[in-house]
Design a protein around this ligand. Structure first.
Ligand code: ADP
Length: 669
């Protein structure tokens, strides 16, 4: 292969691959840009939607909540936090219910602030002793403690003697969405297990130092987090009072009003849930209103997710990049090459399908694919391609317009040229014909038969040429819109008879019989000259394309507001394809029989045009080899516009150009 062939081959390959390569490069560039943005707020909304919709795992039956709620406060005539004596009494009582373990989520430092003396005297000791007794009976107790700038807020003495860990509800305030919604939880802080982990470890439900699914390390806080799963709505609104975990009032436990089996064998989370205390509530994917979801329910979900190891794990960034790239490339390609409506629908459909796929993966396998970049990619991809495509379309249209203008000019030139030529030809042809006729008349007795035949041929050929010139002139008049219809009342039968008269000699020489079945007709308003031309053309064709010895039937009748004239022959007939092009100018069927018959291919074009000037129509029924019937239907009543004599047909030149282009398969000018 020499160098120029290789160069040509490379150029050809590049040309075919140019569009796909541009699309791939565009999609890659857009993906790279999108991956450098986080779209955290959008992602958080999508995350919340996925978390709170679709099938969700059921809340564990192992966990129950004991709430220091408004009912408790009212019954005891107290405010939160309850004084220590009530907590000690609760601790002494709860053993009767034989729970599996107790997570005590009451801020003891606040309890201490209210009544410090209760801690020093009897009640502090009683609380601790009761807890120890529970532990000795295999019912572990873990105190949940708050966390402040100094670190863990350790419970005051003597409660500090009990096991305690930080129980934090992490509101997303600094990173990710920053919308104060709780989506993730600490597993370990400074390498020490926090409340939920410690409780699960204490209860032997998870192995020590085990990291739940989806755990990740945040070096800035030296803590391990995981995105935990919710198990049903946490929102306590007047409408949805029910929480996914069974919950009982503190006071009812204290008064022994709860059937023992309700608490037996369960992990009890004890905490405050008083309506007036905003610290007892937080935002969750179900309700972002900070007063809608009790923190106690969030703690239960974290513990549940930890025990069942069903946290959410984030798909690696490269998967996100690949998905974004594929989706944007698809949108680029589709919007570029499809129809506008399908572009919109497919873009929306693709976004929908992707979201559905992401949702299914999230709910069924707990895999979180970031949806924001692919979604933004789809939409931005669409909005990038649409203007580009518009520019291309405009360019195409502009080219067509230019071509159209050029064609109109050419058409006008051609019309003028034909008019000039045909007009100048008409006179010499008429002179040749006249002279040949004189020659034949004056010298017929002196010419031998061969010479006579030659002169007759001259006359026939000039006749044919004359007909051709007349047709071309007629066409010119039609195309330059110079035909004006002159309506008058006429009996179509009379026009038929006159036309038949003129074909008698031709019929005799071709050995064709002309028969008529003319129903009596009322005169209708037609242009007599044009209608006669139409009739003559149909009869002329029928004679030309019929074999000797055959019959041609001409019928007229009145039917449904139309005068119908039909010319039926037993001639060569027409194929389906021929019928399609029959009324196109210069069209002649391409077969042996037609080729030996002289003709211009203009007769039927003009016929149709003249009939349509009358607001009529032409129909053809034909079978190859069997014959044809051409029917013209002329309306009995002419519409007002043409009855007044105006039969303008503007735009005809452009229409004829269109017909040329459409024949070449370019119909979009
Ligand atoms: P021309 O007869 O001068 O060729 P027309 O426009 O009158 O032009 O007819 C177009 C073509 O239609 C003819 O060339 C012929 O192939 C076909 N055609 C017209 N009339 C008949 C007919 N009665 N039977 C068969 N073919 C016909």
């Amino acid at each position: 292969m020499n160098r120029s062939t290789l160069k040509g081959l490379l150029a050809g390959t590049f040309k075919t691959a140019e569009k796909p390569l541009t699309i791939l490069a565009g999609a890659a560039a857009l993906t790279a840009i999108l991956m450098s943005f986080e779209f955290n707020l959008l992602e958080a909304h999508l995350y919340d939607f996925r978390m709170s919709h679709g099938p969700q795992p059921e809340a564990s039956k192992e966990i129950a909540l004991i709430t220091i709620d408004d009912k408790t406060l009212k019954a005891l005539d107290e405010f939160t936090p309850l004084p220590l004596d009530l907590h000690a009494r609760f601790m002494e009582k709860i053993g009767e219910f034989k729970p599996k373990g107790i997570g005590y989520l009451v801020d003891m430092s606040r309890v201490h602030q209210l009544n410090p003396e209760l801690f020093i005297h009897e009640w502090g000791i009683r609380f601790v002793n009761a807890a120890h007794e529970l532990e000795s009976k295999n019912m572990p107790v873990l105190m949940g403690t708050p966390f402040d700038v100094m670190g863990e807020v350790v419970p005051p003495y003597p409660v500090s003697a009990l096991d305690h860990s930080i129980a934090l509800i992490h509101k997303d305030g600094n990173v990710f969405s920053q919308d104060k919604v709780t989506r993730r939880a600490l597993v370990r802080l400074y390498d020490k297990p926090v409340f939920h982990t410690a409780l699960a470890e204490k209860l032997g439900l998870i192995a020590r130092n085990e990291s739940p699914r989806g755990t990740y390390f945040v070096p800035e806080v030296d803590g391990h987090y995981f995105f935990f799963r919710y198990h049903g709505s946490t929102a306590v609104t007047p409408k949805t009072q029910a929480m996914p975990y069974p919950h009982y009032s503190f006071i009812d436990v204290l008064n022994g009003k709860i059937p023992a089996e309700n608490l037996a064998g369960r992990i009890l989370l004890v905490g405050t849930m008083a309506k007036e205390d905003s610290g007892d509530f937080a935002g969750t994917p179900y309700a972002q209103n900070p007063m809608a979801n009790p923190k106690l329910a969030i703690h239960a979900n974290i513990l549940d997710s930890l025990i069942r190891d069903n946290g959410i794990s984030l798909a690696p960034a490269w998967i996100n990049s690949v998905i974004t790239f594929l989706l944007t490339a698809f949108v680029f390609w589709w919007v570029m090459f499809s129809k506008p409506l399908s572009g919109v629908l497919v873009t929306l459909g693709l976004a929908g399908v992707f979201l559905l796929f992401a949702q299914l993966l999230f709910t069924s396998s707990g895999i979180w694919i970031r949806a924001s970049q692919p979604l933004v990619g789809i939409l931005v991809g669409y909005y990038l391609v649409v203007p580009y495509r518009l520019i291309l379309e405009y360019k195409k249209r502009w080219d067509y317009q230019k071509r159209n203008e050029l064609l109109v000019q050419v058409e006008e030139l051609k019309t003028n040229f034909l008019q000039l030529v045909t007009h100048d030809l008409k006179t010499p042809v008429a002179r040749i014909q006249g002279l040949a006729e004189v020659l034949l008349r004056r010298t017929s007795d002196r010419l031998d038969s061969h010479e006579k035949q030659t002169v007759e041929h001259i006359i026939d050929s000039t006749d044919e040429l004359n007909r051709f010139i007349t047709s071309i002139l007629e066409l010119n008049r039609v195309e330059s819109n110079r035909i004006h219809i002159q309506l008058e009342s006429k009996d179509v039968n009379q026009l038929v008879e006159r036309a038949i008269e003129s074909f008698q000699a031709q019929c005799r020489s071709c050995d064709v019989r002309l028969e008529t079945e003319l129903d009596p007709l009322f005169p209708i308003r037609v242009d007599a000259a044009l209608t006669e031309k139409v009739i003559k053309n149909l009869i002329d064709n029928a004679i030309k394309y019929s074999p000797p010895g055959s019959r041609i039937l001409i019928r007229t009748e009145e039917k449904e507001n139309f005068v119908i004239l039909s010319v039926s022959d037993e001639g060569i007939g027409l194929s389906q394809e021929e019928k399609e092009y029959l009324f196109t100018r210069f069209y002649r069927a391409k077969n042996e029989k037609t080729s030996i018959v002289p003709g211009t291919g203009l007769g039927l074009y003009l016929t149709k045009y003249f009939v349509e000037l009358h607001h009529g129509r032409v129909e053809v029924v034909s079978e190859l080899g069997k014959g044809s019937t051409f029917k013209i239907c002329l309306p009995i009543e002419q519409p007002q516009s043409i009855a007044a004599g105006a039969a303008e047909r503007p735009g005809l030149v452009v229409r004829s150009i269109r017909s040329i282009l459409s024949r070449k398969g370019e119909s979009h000018v």
